[in-house]
Design a protein around this ligand. Structure first.
Ligand SMILES: [Zn+2]
Length: 262
């Protein structure tokens, strides 16, 4: 299913939540320290990540929260100028399953509008916290989104029957937050070493490669962008570029490939 001689696909994706990650809870609105966690993502992490991607000649996908794009339009421009894809990650970071259908529709419209305004061609959507209501895919189709990167039912991208939406399946195993997110609000989450995480990601990536699927690594600039963890990202870039026959591509290119096959 992959172009040319390629046997599998590999996508580097980054969810740019910044402060929006921490704003779901009213208690944190007045916490300058908590908000600064998010600001680190735009000030320090994204520039460092862009440099690493450039050094490996890898094009990635950034799923961006609309509010974040409004607050930091220059950061979104930097991402686009470097040849990466910008896709939607909600207008706010509220979970879609806590919203009404009307509110979800407004979220999709607003995030698309904001991202388009800064120059992105928005094709895909990843739900905040990876939570989608049963009608979520149909709603994306109705709003003209070409792909979703939310469900965990395969390692091969596929088109949702009866819609134009291509799924790029993901899994918590390939997300950095279960391993690297420490939440100071309730002291949940355990900070793990690069070695432990790298071992999990490389074994998962190698197995998906053997199966001919798509490895979708889901990272957060404020987590993977800590100084010591950039080495982990670099290790994964070396790993992916070293996989014989892996097509490293942006999500939109993978979705297009699946659509073109039909
Ligand atoms: Zn998020």
């Amino acid at each position: 299913m992959w172009p040319g001689e390629h046997r599998s696909a590999f996508a580097f994706t980054f969810d740019l939540d910044a402060e929006a990650l921490w704003l779901d809870d009213d208690l944190v609105l007045n916490d300058a320290v908590l908000r600064s966690h998010g600001r680190y993502a735009t000030q320090v992490a994204v520039p460092a990540i862009l440099e690493l991607l450039d050094g490996h000649d890898v094009a990635a996908t950034f799923f961006v929260v609309g509010m974040v794009a409004e607050a930091y339009p220059h950061v979104i421009s930097q991402i686009l100028d470097a040849g990466h894809e910008v896709a939607a990650h909600g207008y706010t970071h509220r979970s879609p399953i806590d919203l009404s259908a009307k509110e979800r529709g407004t979220e999709l419209e607003r995030v698309r509008e904001v991202l388009t305004h800064v120059g992105a061609e928005v094709a895909g959507y990843r739900a905040p916290s990876w939570q989608l209501p049963p009608k979520g895919i149909v709603e994306l189709d109705a709003q003209g989104f070409g792909y979703s990167s939310n469900l965990m039912d395969s390692v091969h991208p596929y088109r949702h029957p009866g819609t134009r939406v291509v799924e790029l399946p993901i899994h918590w195993t390939l997300d950095d937050s279960p391993f690297l997110l420490f939440d100071p609000r309730d002291w949940s989450g355990e900070i793990r070493s690069n070695k432990v995480v790298s071992e999990i990601w490389r074994s998962e990536g190698a197995a998906i490669h053997e199966m001919g699927g798509a490895t979708v690594l889901a990272l957060h600039p404020q987590l993977i962008g800590r100084p010591g963890r950039l080495a982990l990202l670099e290790e994964m870039l070396d790993f992916a570029t070293g996989l014989d026959g892996a097509w490293i591509a942006r999500c939109t290119d993978i979705a297009q490939q699946v659509s073109d096959l039909e």
